[in-house]
Ligand binder design. Structure first.
Ligand SMILES: *[C@@H]1O[C@H](CO)[C@@H](O)[C@H](O)[C@H]1NC(C)=O
Length: 119
């Protein structure tokens, strides 16, 4: 039984596997993830735009930022129902992600990078 289940996971497309992993990750946000880059939980200064999105916080950890974006996506039903790896950007996400109409879920982290001020 367990072996069959493991097999079916291996047969998932990379996108579906990524979606499953992201969904699992979104639930237990700041838990220890083996591949999490160092410093992902360290509060960092953020852009003015992200500060507004984050309710005024001057510093936000990358893990927290991703969590906030996912909370927004879920709350507004922005995930494409026929392709869960695709997110339809509303005005708020467009303002954060350079006016993009749609983004892939795997792009969230990369698209947030400009909002972290490195000095
Ligand atoms: C689902 O959306 C992602 C992100 O936009 C895209 O890269 C992928 O090709 C889409 N998959 C299908 C089956 O349309």
């Amino acid at each position: 039984m367990a072996r069959v289940f493991r097999g079916s996971l291996l047969l998932m497309s990379p996108a579906a596997a990524a979606a499953a992993a992201a969904a699992a990750g979104a639930k237990k946000a700041a838990s220890t993830k083996p591949r999490a880059p160092a410093g992902i939980t360290k509060p960092m200064p953020v852009s003015e735009a992200f500060r507004r999105f984050a309710g005024g916080a001057r510093e936000v950890a990358r893990s927290e930022a991703i969590k906030l974006v996912w909370t927004h996506i879920k709350a507004h039903g922005l995930q494409n129902p026929s392709n869960k790896t695709e997110i339809n950007c509303d005005a708020t996400l467009k303002s954060l992600f350079g006016g993009r109409d749609k983004i892939g879920m795997m792009e969230v982290s990369k698209l947030l990078s400009p909002h972290f001020l490195k000095n």
